[in-house]
Design a protein around this ligand. Structure first.
Ligand SMILES: [Cu+2]
Ligand SMILES: [Zn+2]
Length: 181
């Protein structure tokens, strides 16, 4: 009886969750230069407070690097095909996490800092931005890691070349865990 109820409960929980699962977004970041050691993953998730961005990178030269969402989902031509910073409201370049999308480009995440071991992580929430289906969404755009620090000067933070890039793609419900090997 208890077991059966537990099974039914689990089934309805799974159905309920799968029916309402918001999509996730993922960008697989790769170095733009041949032989680059840069790689990593950036996850995107809609939350009540805005778009949650969680980045984990490796192989990054130590120090701070500008980190932005650019407007197009292509990494061709050393990342130049990703276009400019995502900026739906024609705002100046800035620090969106501090001043919001009306006062900074929606894609202006600022800097991500790599340690001596080349790992870099960032977690942030961009208010007013969504993954997909909203007015200001990022699916189909790209994450860009720059050569230099974002100094927040106009028009784009003086951040130099594009050393890492990853198109933001939608993924469905989280895949089941891989079988143990
Ligand atoms: Cu950029
Ligand atoms: Zn910008």
């Amino acid at each position: 009886m208890n077991t059966r109820h537990a099974v039914i409960g689990l089934a309805s929980l799974v159905l309920g969750v799968s029916g309402s699962w918001a999509a996730m977004g993922v960008a697989n970041v790769q170095g733009t230069a041949p032989g680059s050691t840069i790689s990593g993953t950036v996850k995107f998730e809609d939350t009540a407070g805005g778009l949650k961005v969680s980045a984990q990178l490796t192989g990054v030269p130590a120090g701070p690097h500008a980190f932005h969402i650019h407007e197009f989902g292509s990494c061709d031509d050393m990342g130049k095909a990703a276009g400019s910073h995502y900026n739906p409201l024609k705002s100046p370049h800035g620090e969106v996490l501090k001043v919001g999308i009306h006062h900074a480009h929606a894609g202006d995440l600022g800097n991500i800092t790599a340690g001596a071991d080349g790992t870099a992580a960032l977690e942030a929430v961009i208010p007013g931005v969504t993954l997909s289906g909203g007015k200001y969404d990022v699916a189909g755009r790209a994450v860009i890691l720059h050569e230099k620090v974002d100094d927040f000067s106009q028009p784009a933070g003086n951040a130099g070349g594009r050393i890492g890039c990853g198109p933001i793609v939608l993924v469905g419900a989280p895949a089941p865990a891989a079988p143990a090997k």
